[in-house]
Design a protein around this ligand. Sequence first.
Ligand SMILES: Cc1cc2nc3c(=O)[nH]c(=O)nc-3n(C[C@H](O)[C@H](O)[C@H](O)COP(=O)(O)OP(=O)(O)OC[C@H]3O[C@@H](n4cnc5c(N)ncnc54)[C@H](O)[C@@H]3O)c2cc1C
Length: 718
Amino acid sequence: MKHAEIAGAGFAGLVAAIALADRGWTVRVHEKTPFVRAEGFGLSMQENMLKVLEAVGVREEVVRGGQPIRQRLVLDAQGRTIMTSGGGFGWRISRSHIISALLERAKRAGVEVETESRAVGAEASGELLIANGRRLKADLVVGADGIHSAVRDSLGIHLQRRTRPDGAMRVLVPRPASTLDPSKDGTTRESWSGQRRFIVSRTRPDELYVAMSCRASDVAGRSVPLDVASWSQTFPEQAEFFAWMNGEADWSAVRWVRFETLRLARWHAGRVAIVGDAAHAMPPDLGQGAGCAMMNALSLACYEDLSEWEKHERPPPSILSAGQPSTGGRRACRDRFVRSLSRQWAESNGCTIAISAPRATFRPDTWRSEMLVERIEGKWIEAFRDVFQLCAVKPGEVVAILSETQSRKVLVELSELALHQLGARAFHVQLVSPPVASGVPVRSTGTSLAVAGLEPVIQALAATGMVVDCTVEGMLHAAELPRILAGGTRLMMISNEHPEVLERTKPTPELRERVRRGMQILGSAKHMRVTSAAGTDLDVHIDGAPARGAPGFVNEPGKVGYWPAGLCLCFPRPGSVNGTVVLAPGDVNLTFKRYIESPVRMVIENDYVTKIEGEGLDAALLRSYYEAWRDREAYATSHVGWGMNLDACAESMMMYDRKDINGTELRAFAGNFLYSTGANESAKRFTACHFDFPLRDCSVELDGKKVVDRGRLSAELA
Ligand SMILES: Cc1cc2nc3c(=O)[nH]c(=O)nc-3n(C[C@H](O)[C@H](O)[C@H](O)COP(=O)(O)OP(=O)(O)OC[C@H]3O[C@@H](n4cnc5c(N)ncnc54)[C@H](O)[C@@H]3O)c2cc1C
């Protein structure tokens, strides 16, 4: 029988203990305090935490003692509401209530809990060291001993600790008289003024949770007990409430805690796993610290091997290192980390988490709770201006901005402002978004139907110097495009992405030069072979296949550009594609905006996908979606090629809400092999069903010469 020693009887330690015990392990938990922490404050509990509680069988018991959050109000210093958000934030609940439920459940599962047993370190070989000198051997040692983890520190794993300038004190008070009660049932009220804020929310009908937050330098703000006069000066409307709360709360248990962010280079060493705050402490802004701690602890029990656990459960390092100024700095990096961690887990467990699906109504010109706000930013006008400069827009040139009623308005406005800065004479053509053409939902076709049949519009566009295409799907493959271009106008398609995506993937002359080199090799090649360790083995005869390079902008009459781009691809002639394409976990089904999680094997015979094999959801969804089209051509190869854009990020879908992106950058990330099914003019096949599958870790050979080697561009193209 396998044995685990766990340091820390908090959220992470108890969940890990239950999950392991349920799988037949003997488990002992060491808690340094005399009692498994009875004190505690209010926590917000979102769906990921609820799923864990469900998995360990205490969800019902826990939620019975909590308060669902039905509404969130944000107020200013004068008590005026500046934002109202609907439900979807889970529950507010006292920490001690969750801990007691977990503790009882752990005991029922046979877990031994030793209090006043302080861990002082661990050996990677599988030993937990206790303060009284005991060395306890185990198959698995778990460091769940919180942000100041002794187990983690003893292992010498590289650690980054960032102290934030702010912090909070948390107070539980009996529910006040209704005249003073600033919260209605299920309403969380958050008041802001300068650097101070306080949150009031019920954890159950007879208990209020109050969190008072301010900067560490704010001596009056952080003083315990509450400095009623100082806080009343900041929030005059709440003076009476502060005075009442000051008298009611038990201040002996209250501490002001500074927020910290912690990152570890690794989450395990040998037989020792680090979970919860010990591995990834985070400030409470998203209410996810305990939720993420429990997710990782639960998943520990699902892996035989800690390397596998870390590989699957930890967000990729690119997310952790994404805190550059251009991407929003440390705060954005942390938010991405939590979003990624939570979403990764949520997607594989079939739940949603409020932080990735905010539902809110806003008063104009106040705040928004989305991660990304679609408004004009100076930096984005500059980005658009730079791209239009690459497109050789000249002062006085007549440029049409083509959009439809469902277009992303911010892209239209940014186009107009950037063109204005360049002195171009821009005009708008806004079309009504066309009726849905098929019973099957379609995305990312590059074939806008908005202009279809509108002869006067086609003529007006054809008479301009350039068309900026902001239609939802884009005009790339629209039937009217040749006529629009015939007179020498050029068309620049702005993909339906949040401007932040466009900012990151701005085309450059250098990218155009590399795409040009790639196109030279592709254009003269006769044969493409694509292989991968996952099992892809594809033969494509590309002799005479029309090739298309996309550098991300257009500066020649009669041509088309699109942003983001950076691709080399070709449209094979009929009967020239045979072999197998294996979609492995981490590859992308871009039409579904989904990373592949379970392998899919597609057999391709004479251009057509003839078999889609795989046990998981990915294969099942592909099979049924293709079938829904009832169209043989849907299964045929559209184009093959590879990505050249070093600024495009393969993990970007983890970072954004689905509505923020079209995913175009994933077609272009450097070194991907892009296999697509759907329309192929060169083979005279037409269908509205289109799939783009960017694959990682493939090798692409042209006439025996590697242009991509196991997911990396050859030196000539990099
Ligand atoms: C102001 C504030 C508000 C927050 N709000 C939320 C929220 O709304 N929602 C949310 O999900 N998260 C929230 N969090 C974060 C949440 O509290 C933590 O992420 C969570 O407690 C981490 O759980 P853990 O089990 O990893 O660590 P802990 O909860 O810290 O548990 C660690 C346990 O180990 C014990 N221990 C420590 N050292 C040793 C040792 N050497 N030997 C043995 N035992 C030891 C401790 O006594 C403790 O019992 C908030 C945090 C703060 C500061």
